[in-house]
Design a binder for this molecule. Structure first.
Ligand code: NAP
Length: 313
């Protein structure tokens, strides 16, 4: 089969030929139709998640397609079902292996379903960590995941505070029902963040950026509060952390990766089923997968425009 792979750290991705993998125990082999591009794929391309990768690596975390075959512990009647999956062996390939998948309902297209696993499951896990706390802060609030956290948080009665870096995005977020949207590029951002936090008293901040904003978040959280690091979109080290926040106020900085939570997702399928309209990402464009280089460049240049899908043939 064909698969888009990188052969070693930071090498240019290529369309490679490899054997079709076999599903084990409770896994399914899926004939892929559409695969999403995610920031984690961009991170793999630049070698940022190097310690987690074994080369050669097939790119792609999620997508949609039909079950081609099943492991020994699954019912063969599943073959042919249309599913969305989170993939152990990369989804940018003609066939991929999953053990975390969801049957696509008839009223959802395979294109719409190609991006409904990684970010929705991440949002469900993170909001489980946030628990009953009323308010939480989200950076990169215009990202697909940021918007899901905001929309799902609002349906749970929580009060999200969104941070963006382009004032042109404020209106769209307000339309989602978000009362507090702050622009990190404005001069009075530190003052506004302090004011809003004194009023809303958040105990959690969900950070996708890193660099200097992590410390700004830590500073305004309630005592015992936690900054959950979910991404490092700045691609810079976390800077200037004021340790007195950790020592005197018991605040914490905690990393999150979906892989570590995927076996404890609780009733994720029923949450997914009840909230498709919140979870289906905006699709910016669909490209034939042979044009993957162009698709990667387009996605990198305009992340907030929505997901770019690869049509696998
Ligand atoms: N740890 C996990 O398990 C896990 C799971 C899922 C996702 N994630 C992470 O979650 C984040 C969001 O993913 P996504 O799929 O929702 O992304 P996405 O839809 O592609 O959007 C990325 C967003 O980040 C903003 N952005 C990019 N670089 C930035 C910077 N240096 N400073 C501020 N904003 C920046 C972009 O806004 P502009 O319009 O301003 O460019 C855009 O809105 C990523 O970091 C991803 O790796 C982690």
């Amino acid at each position: 089969m064909k698969a888009i792979r990188i052969l070693k750290r930071r090498s240019v991705p290529i369309m490679d030929s490899i054997p079709i993998p076999s599903p084990m125990s409770r896994e399914v082999l899926v004939k892929m139709e559409y695969s999403a591009i995610n920031p984690a794929d961009l991170a793999t391309l630049v070698g940022a998640y190097d310690e987690k990768s074994e080369y050669p690596v097939t790119l792609g975390l999620e997508g949609s397609g039909r079950i081609e075959s099943v492991g020994q512990e699954l019912d063969a009647r599943l073959i042919g079902r249309r599913i969305a999956g989170y993939f152990r062996i990369g989804s940018w390939s003609q066939f991929a292996i999953s053990n975390l998948w969801h049957e696509i309902p008839d009223d959802l297209s395979s294109e719409q379903a190609a991006g409904i696993m990684v970010n929705p499951l991440t949002a469900i896990s993170i909001l489980n960590l946030v628990g009953d706390q009323g308010s939480f802060i989200v950076t990169a609030a215009m990202s697909s995941l940021g918007k899901i956290l905001i929309k799902l948080g609002l349906t749970q009665g929580k009060r999200p505070i969104g941070i963006i870096r382009k004032s042109s995005q404020i209106e769209e977020l307000k339309q989602l029902g978000l009362e507090n949207v702050l622009d990190s590029s404005s001069k009075d951002f530190p003052k506004k963040l302090k004011e809003v936090s004194e009023k809303e008293k958040p105990s959690f901040a969900i950070d996708f950026i890193g660099s200097t904003i992590t410390n700004s978040l830590l500073k305004v959280l309630q005592p015992d509060g936690t900054v959950i690091i979910v991404g490092n979109l700045s691609a810079k080290p976390c800077e200037k952390v004021d340790l007195t926040n950790l020592i005197l106020e018991s605040k914490k900085i905690k990393g999150f990766h979906l892989n570590d939570y995927k076996d404890n997702l609780g009733n994720w399928e029923s949450i997914l089923r009840q909230n498709y309209s919140l979870f289906v990402p905006k699709i910016a464009s669909i490209k034939n997968w042979t044009n993957f280089q162009e698709a990667i460049t387009e996605y990198r240049g305009s992340l907030s425009s929505g997901k770019i899908l690869l049509k696998i043939e």
